[in-house]
Ligand binder design. Structure first.
Ligand SMILES: *Cc1c(COP(=O)(O)O)cnc(C)c1O
Length: 237
C-alpha cells in the first residue's frame, strides 16, 4: 500500500479542496433552505491517480465517480479493499456494460433502451445489483449524452422494470456556456414527473464544480465534483 500513498503535500491539498467543497455545499443548502446534509457529494476522480483515491477514502469520502470504463476499471480493482462506492457518470457503450457492472454501484448515464437491456443482462452474469439514474439531456447539442426530456418517463419505466436494476432518479449536466439555472429548473420538473411515477426514485444528480450552487437551488440531492476537490484537470482530447 505504501506505493499508493500520496505525498504529504498532495494530501494537504486534497484535504483543503474537500473542506472547501463541503463548505460550499453546506452554504448552498442553507441558502436554499435545504436540510444540512441533504446533498451528497460524489468526488469525480477521472484523470487523477489511484493514490488520490486512497487519500480520499482516508479522508472519509465514500462516493467516487468516473466517466471512462478503461480508466475506471483498473482503478476500482486497485482499491477494491477500500469499500468505495463507484458511480459511473460517462457515456456508456452497450458493449462496455458488462465491464462496468463488475465494479460500479450506480450507473448515472442511462440514456437509451439498448443500454438498459445491456446493463440488465450484465447484472444477470455478475450477480451484483446495480442502481441507475436516467440521464437527461438539457441542451440541443448532440453528442454529450442524455435522453431527450420527452423520452425520460418511458426510459425510467424501462429501468424500473429491468431485472437487476433499481431506478434511483435522474442525472444531468448543465448546457455548455449558458446559464445553468433554467436548465436545472427544467431538470427539477422532469425529476418530479419521474418521482410521481416511481416514488423511490428521488435522486437528482446535478451540479459540478462550476455550478453546484445553482443545482442545489433547484433540488439536486447529489453533486459531482472533480476540480473543486482535486484541483486542475488537464482537458482530455
Ligand atoms: C468531469 C465530470 C464532472 C466533474 O466536473 P468538475 O467540473 O471537475 O467538477 C461531473 N460530472 C460529469 C458527468 C463529469 O464528466
Amino acid at each position: 500500500m505504501t506505493l499508493l500513498r500520496a505525498s504529504d503535500a498532495r494530501r494537504a491539498e486534497i484535504e483543503a479542496g474537500l473542506a472547501s467543497a463541503r463548505a460550499r455545499i453546506a452554504a448552498a443548502e442553507r441558502a436554499s433552505g435545504r436540510a444540512p446534509g441533504s446533498v451528497d457529494l460524489v468526488v469525480v476522480t477521472k484523470t487523477f491517480p489511484v493514490s488520490d483515491l486512497v487519500t480520499l477514502a482516508d479522508l472519509g469520502v465514500r462516493h467516487v465517480g468516473e466517466n471512462r470504463d478503461q480508466e475506471a476499471r483498473p482503478k476500482a480493482e486497485a482499491v477494491a479493499d477500500l469499500s468505495l462506492v463507484w458511480h459511473f457518470i460517462g457515456q456508456l457503450q452497450s458493449n462496455k456494460a458488462r465491464s462496468v457492472a463488475q465494479y460500479a454501484h450506480m450507473v448515472e448515464s442511462v440514456d437509451r433502451p439498448k443500454l438498459v437491456r445491456a446493463l440488465s443482462h450484465a447484472v444477470e452474469s455478475t450477480g451484483r445489483p446495480l442502481e441507475a439514474l436516467v440521464q437527461v439531456c438539457l441542451d440541443d447539442r448532440p453528442g454529450r449524452g442524455g435522453a431527450a426530456p420527452q423520452d425520460v418517463p418511458g426510459l425510467a419505466t424501462a429501468v424500473a422494470e429491468a431485472p437487476g436494476l433499481t431506478l434511483r432518479g435522474v442525472m444531468a449536466v448543465a448546457p455548455l456556456d449558458s446559464d445553468p439555472d433554467p436548465a436545472f429548473a427544467r431538470l427539477a420538473e422532469i425529476a418530479a414527473e419521474v418521482t410521481a411515477e416511481h416514488p423511490a426514485a428521488t435522486v437528482v444528480s446535478a451540479g459540478m464544480s462550476a455550478d453546484l450552487e445553482a443545482a442545489v437551488r433547484h433540488g439536486a440531492t447529489q453533486v459531482r465534483l472533480g476540480s473543486a476537490v482535486l484541483g486542475y484537470r488537464p482537458p482530455v482530447g
